[in-house]
Design a protein around this ligand. Structure first.
Ligand SMILES: [Zn+2]
Length: 155
């Protein structure tokens, strides 16, 4: 890591810690020559998690899909994008804390339900009622879409 001020090649690490952002480490460094201080962020390569479906299929954990599911469940509810993003980050963090990189889809669904329960009661019920009988977020998404269509809420 070169010093951004004088380009000297050697810097010492004063302090390092996990940053708020998942999977990055923040380091406070000091140049050995000009003694200026600066901060670097290092990305940590994270092992992909595998979601195991009831039918035995496996697929890579997809944060976007998780986000889509949450958005569907909270559609037209007083839940902000910030809250959803935060919840999704938290779910991912909690999933990564588990010992295994293989996550049964059921467990993922339960994590989502726990989050929704805190965010919005209606969104939670919406999600729980359909998710419990389905296997994954994709199926859930379709189901909610058709539910909303039937109620005339989605054109
Ligand atoms: Zn320097």
């Amino acid at each position: 890591m070169k010093c951004p001020y004088c380009n000297y090649y050697d810097t010492s690490v004063l302090d390092s810690r996990d940053s708020e952002d998942l999977g990055s480490i923040r380091r406070r460094r000091e140049c050995m020559k000009c003694e200026k201080r600066f901060t670097t962020y290092e990305r940590v390569d994270m092992v992909d998690m595998i979601v195991m479906k009831k039918d035995g299929r496996r697929e890579q954990f997809d944060k976007k899909k998780l986000m889509t599911g949450m958005l569907k469940a909270t559609e037209k509810r007083p839940v902000t994008m910030d809250q959803i993003e935060k919840a999704v980050d938290e779910i991912e963090r909690e999933l990564r804390k588990r010992d295994s990189i293989e996550i049964p889809s059921k467990i993922m669904g339960e994590f989502v339900m726990n989050k929704l329960k805190k965010l919005d009661e209606v969104a939670y019920i919406r999600f729980a009622s359909v998710y419990r009988s389905f296997d994954d977020l994709e199926t859930f998404e379709k189901e909610v879409k058709s539910l909303l269509k039937n109620k005339g809420q989605v054109s």
